[in-house]
Design a protein around this ligand. Structure first.
Ligand SMILES: [Zn+2]
Length: 764
């Protein structure tokens, strides 16, 4: 999108039509480029961003499931503005009984189907922050106000441009039971061994983003729109029971204190190993499950240039690690999991972490952090810098379904992938879910395909999005919709943008131009705060492909791709040679079907008048119209004399012309990929850019020229455009039979194939 104020198109069509024109430039929709964000899609010459550094001491109370913290935040105002107040996020307040999120869900009585549903409605968990104090580093109390999930702090005097301020917050809260209350973090309680597994995140008051785009991004946390956070450096000490193992954002600073000599020895091996080395074995973890250490240990972590901090802690943890090189740098890939995660976790988790950071580095930016961690946390997938919490739990007997396996692989790749979007390419999640989820799901697809050939990726391939896109339009939102207001969140924020990027890569731009431009976007915006316009502009500016129609159709509308082939007309050039042409005409006339009346009259009328009376037939009746006479010959010779040798050759070549008509039924403009199959079984592909629709949005015709006669035409033969109805894509229409399945009762509906195999081997 360059900044065209008025295109010729706009003048021609008038302003109301202009807004709807499928090829109109995205002018009104995008913010005007400025000194902070330029028209090419990069950071402007005066781009700035704020910095928030944290020093925290945290205590995890494993007896009462309470967490306490004291944090010193140093906030640096790099903006040109004076800040009268500062905004912080209090995510835990979503667990207060009076949280807005409890009241905004639309409900009907029929939503309560069982006593469990009623119990869930009645259940109150009195979580949320208890803010004990907010003070300057000298201990002077600071004024603050809490508005649900946001806290405003008023400094004694406004924070000048270029200035910085340090202040202290003391807080505590009750940790939520993640399995009952839900949430992205919390604890899971294991009744069999009476132990807890904590995955702790969004746990401390965090600075909001202040930027040239939103001012303060202090839109309330309602549960879905995730987090907008500034970068900074963290130093965190976490005190936990002495038998716990802790994994966290950043590098462990005091391994010599918290790890045993044996663990340190194993870690030494792991840092150069190219497959996982166990630091804590299953036997060791199971042994610890039986005890309950009373003494405490403090684990210290440091992380540089991250936008958040999270950790996991449990005495149930097994722990393994391996090395992965990215651009010559060693990255320590690690996993933490209870025995309940095995056999899947020990076998796959850390290998998936290593594969993910290597593959993402190829398509985006080199992974910049020293560690990458995957923690097993049943049922969910959630990402934080360097660490993520992932589901994928086998059954108690150690078997698992194929869905569980692919679910675990997919969620680990996805959540580790989030290190890139939005942890480093730090978009505003509170506003746009698709900017991190969609981009991440797209690279997840590329990573899955490099993990296993034919990996059944749920999202990415164009054909997988068609059911959603052609669905009930009342329940579909444009991708450019705020996180909280999206219908069908997964399809909208993950599936559709991932598919759109795939279509750009495979069909609209081609892999080379796409990969260069996409990497350019990632390089430009790593460790910065990009917006949708920055992505849209960079993809165009770096590739010289006008994509405004694409963004408009795929991101700003709910149109879908459905193009039909309406008709095919076949032509060949008239040679003007009277012998050939009259011969053909005679043949054609003889092959014409005969009218039923004529057939019957041959029998019923014994003799007509002209058959009886020779004086009836005149010149016209006796003339043979297919006969070639001297004048015909002369005309042909004269015609030939005027032709160049090339023209003669072209006429004699007897090429086949086909006029095809296409109708755009879904509204979304798309390239046309047309495959012609010839009588001899060979094929030819013609690729037509989407601009064929630039004047006519509904029906276009196109003439195709082939040496051989075409037997059939197929539109979108490689399923690359997300055409929602492929039944109208062939000519002539095909009528292959479908196997109709009658209803069948399964003997063991709950059994997974591994259990079936065991049963078979046992002879049952
Ligand atoms: Zn995600």
């Amino acid at each position: 999108m360059k900044n065209h104020l008025l295109t010729a198109l706009a003048v021609g069509l008038g302003s109301t039509l202009f807004a709807q024109h499928k090829f109109a430039q995205l002018d009104i929709e995008l913010p005007t480029p400025n000194e902070y964000r330029n028209a090419a899609g990069g950071p402007g010459h005066n781009y700035y961003q704020q910095k928030a550094d944290y020093k925290m001491t945290i205590t995890l109370d494993d007896d009462r499931q309470i967490i306490r913290g004291e944090e010193v935040i140093t906030y640096t105002n790099n903006s040109p503005d004076v800040l009268e107040y500062l905004w912080l996020q209090l995510d835990q307040n979503i667990y207060r009984p009076d949280a807005e999120s409890h009241f905004i869900e639309v409900e009907k009585m029929e939503d309560f189907k069982s006593i469990k549903d009623v119990e869930r409605k009645l259940m109150t968990f009195d979580g949320g922050y208890n803010i004990e104090s907010v003070a300057s580093v000298n201990g002077e109390k600071m004024r603050y106000a809490i508005n649900h999930t946001m806290m405003r702090i008023d400094p004694a005097k406004p924070l000048a441009a270029g200035g910085s301020i340090s202040f202290k917050i003391k807080w505590w809260y009750k940790i939520n039971d993640r399995m009952k209350v839900g949430g992205r973090s919390g604890y899971e309680y294991f009744d069999t061994d009476k132990n807890y597994l904590y995955t702790i995140a969004q746990f401390f008051p965090r600075m909001c983003v202040y930027s040239d785009v939103e001012g303060w991004q202090n839109k309330q946390f309602l549960g879905r729109g995730e987090f907008a956070l500034p970068f900074g450096d963290y130093e965190v000490s976490i005190t936990v029971p002495g038998d716990h193992i802790v994994g966290a954002t950043g590098e462990l600073q005091n391994g010599s204190v918290v790890l045993t000599a044996e663990q340190r020895e194993r870690m030494k091996k792991a840092v150069t190993a190219d497959s996982p080395v166990l630091i804590v074995t299953q036997a060791e973890a199971e042994q610890k499950e039986k005890g309950h250490e009373k003494s405490l240990k403090t684990w210290v972590f440091k992380a540089k240039n991250v936008r958040d901090f999270a950790f996991a802690s449990s005495r149930k943890f097994m722990w393994d690690a391996q090395n992965q090189q990215v651009a010559g740098k060693n990255i320590l890939c690690m996993s933490y999991y209870p025995k309940e995660g095995n056999p899947l976790w020990e076998r796959y988790s850390t290998k998936l972490v290593a594969h993910t950071i290597a593959t993402y580095s190829k398509y985006t930016i080199d992974y910049p952090y020293p560690v990458a961690i995957s923690v097993h946390s049943d049922k969910i997938g959630m990402e934080y810098p360097m660490i993520c919490f992932n589901g994928g739990r086998p059954q108690a007997d150690g078997t698992y379904s194929e869905e569980t396996k692919y679910g675990m692989w997919g969620v680990i790749i996805h959540e580790v992938g989030h290190n890139f979007f939005p942890m480093i390419i730090n978009s505003d999640e509170r506003q746009w879910s698709w900017m991190d989820e969609g981009l991440n799901t797209f690279v997840q697809y590329l990573t899955e395909q490099e993990w296993e050939r034919g990996y059944p990726s749920r999202r990415g391939p164009a054909a997988n999005i068609t059911n959603y896109m052609r669905g009930d339009q009342r329940y579909i939102s444009p991708i450019m919709t705020n996180s909280e207001s999206i219908w069908q969140f997964g399809n909208n924020a993950y599936g559709k943008p991932a598919t759109a990027l795939n279509i750009l890569r495979e069909t609209v731009m081609g892999r080379e131009l796409f990969d260069y431009s996409f990497k350019m976007y990632c390089e430009r915006w790593k460790f910065k705060h990009p917006t949708p316009a920055d992505l849209f502009r960079t993809m165009e500016d770096a590739s010289s492909v006008d994509l405004d129609w694409f963004w408009r159709g795929w991101f700003y509308s709910t149109d879908f791709v459905d193009v039909s082939v309406d008709y095919v007309k076949h032509f060949q050039l008239n040679s003007n040679n009277p012998t050939t042409e009259k011969g053909l005409q005679q043949q054609e006339s003889a092959q014409k079907p005969e009218f039923i009346g004529d057939t019957r009259n041959k029998e019923s009328i014994k003799q007509t008048v002209n058959e009886k009376d020779p004086n009836i037939d005149d010149f016209y009746a006796k003339r043979n119209v297919y006969e070639v006479d001297k004048l015909d010959q002369k005309e042909y010779t004269d015609f030939q004399a005027k032709l160049t040798p090339e023209q003669k050759k072209l006429i004699e070549s007897n090429k086949h012309f086909y006029e095809l008509s296409f109708t755009n039924k879904g509204g979304l403009v798309t390239p046309l990929i047309v495959q012609a199959t010839f009588a001899d079984g060979t094929t030819e592909i013609v690729r037509i850019p989407a601009e064929i629709w630039r004047m006519e949005h509904t029906t276009v015709t196109k003439v195709f020229l082939f040496d051989k006669e075409v037997k059939s035409f197929q539109l979108d033969p490689f399923l690359e455009t997300a055409d929602c109805d492929t039944d109208n894509n062939s000519f002539p229409p095909s009528a292959a039979p479908t196997r109709y399945q009658l209803f069948q009762q399964k003997a063991n509906p709950e059994e997974n194939p591994m259990q079936r195999q065991k049963r078979m081997e046992a002879g049952n």
